[in-house]
Design a protein around this ligand. Structure first.
Ligand code: TRP
Length: 346
């Protein structure tokens, strides 16, 4: 076993990845893969918590492929990062069950992300599976003993619960798990093109990594701007949070001098929204062109996706099995020999 720290994170296969994912966590993942041992899972069990219908499951199979393409396109290197499908490693379910004994129902009910999901998706009677959502996530993280979890800000409360579970387990049964830390992206949550607080596929306000140039340009032209600024010669504040075009410039324009110059002219009432947007389109193209190129390369080789997922599962399963054996042993559940399982590790 290497002695690099482990990183684990993932996404539900509910749609293609967008710019919000990129700044929230993808950029961190790409950066981390050189320094750490990174695991990236596609959380198809988690997708079931709100969408258990067969048609949704079938649709998610297609999204799984799209997300792997998004990862590879964004610069995730499958030689460095282990990409796997959650349901290919069912050991995580047993760990979820063991952990579920250590968490009270009111504790789960207080988690803000779950409350939001229940409200936004108008779920009247949450399933037991949905209540297990954050516990399953803790099992994802802890079955590989990950110490760093790069996620968007909205997932912080899940990582906090994961830390609590690790602490509780260790204090009851002995040191088995690390207490992982969330690593939040450095750009504050990216707003949607409509000015709403969060970019999201379900809100229909996202620019996807896979959008072609015309689509990106069309979406930028639609972007929300200051409604009080009806003429370009009205001075206004580019740093006002509702000025989403500038939020995107800050996040994606690599020409920082251009961004400062546009902001200065905006404050003086010397630049029109159209110019600010045209320059954003150019900046986004500089950012997206190499991503599109890599995507096309992998899209032309569909069997690579299957190979990457199969290799990922083959790598994770023995790790997961060993952790589970260790947990069972610590709890006094197991009679199996730990050494034997550990010997199977690469
Ligand atoms: N809940 C995460 C999300 O919706 C996805 C996820 C599942 C995850 N398991 C994880 C993220 C483990 C980090 C670690 O974005």
């Amino acid at each position: 076993m290497g002695n690099k720290k482990r990183v684990l994170t993932g996404d539900r296969p509910t749609g293609p990845l967008h710019l919000g994912h990129y700044v929230g966590t993808l950029a961190n993942r790409v950066r981390l893969q050189d320094q750490y041992e990174v695991f990236l899972l596609i959380a198809d069990y988690h997708a079931l918590t709100t969408r258990p219908e067969k048609a949704d499951i079938l649709a998610s199979r297609e999204y799984i492929r799209e997300i792997v393409l998004d990862y590879l396109a964004a610069g995730i290197d499958p030689e460095k990062t282990t990409i796997y499908l959650q349901s290919d490693v069912p050991e995580v379910c047993e760990l979820t069950l063991l952990f579920s004994m250590l968490v009270t129902l009111p504790r789960v009910e207080r988690i803000p992300t779950l409350k939001d999901m229940i409200r936004d998706q108008k779920i009247e009677n949450p399933s037991m599976g949905l209540m297990l959502y954050p516990i399953l996530q803790a099992a994802d993280i802890l079955h590989v003993k990950a110490e760093i979890v790069p996620v968007g800000k909205d997932q912080e409360s899940h990582v906090e619960l994961c830390r609590e579970i690790a602490r509780r387990f260790n204090s009851l049964y002995g040191e088995v798990f690390p207490e992982p830390e969330a690593l939040i992206g450095d750009v504050p949550t990216l707003p949607g093109i409509d000015g709403r607080a969060k970019m999201s596929k379900s809100l229909g306000n996202a620019i996807f990594l896979s959008d072609p140039p015309e689509e990106v340009a069309r979406k930028v032209m639609q972007m929300f701007t200051d409604p009080a600024r009806i003429r370009p010669d009205i001075p206004a504040d580019p740093d006002a949070p509702h000025n989403v075009v500038f939020r995107y410039h800050e996040a994606f324009n690599d020409d920082k001098a251009e961004v400062e110059e546009l902001k200065a002219r905006y404050r003086q009432g010397k630049v029109g929204d159209v110019e600010v947007k045209r320059r954003l389109i150019a900046a986004l193209e500089r950012f997206l062109a190499p991503i599109r190129e890599r995507r096309a390369y992998y899209a032309a080789r569909p069997q690579l996706i299957d190979e990457i997922l199969a290799a990922g599962a083959a790598k994770v399963r023995p790790i997961s099995q060993a952790t589970l054996a260790e947990a069972r042993e610590a709890m006094g559940l197991s009679t199996r020999r730990l050494a034997e399982l550990k010997a199977q590790l690469p």
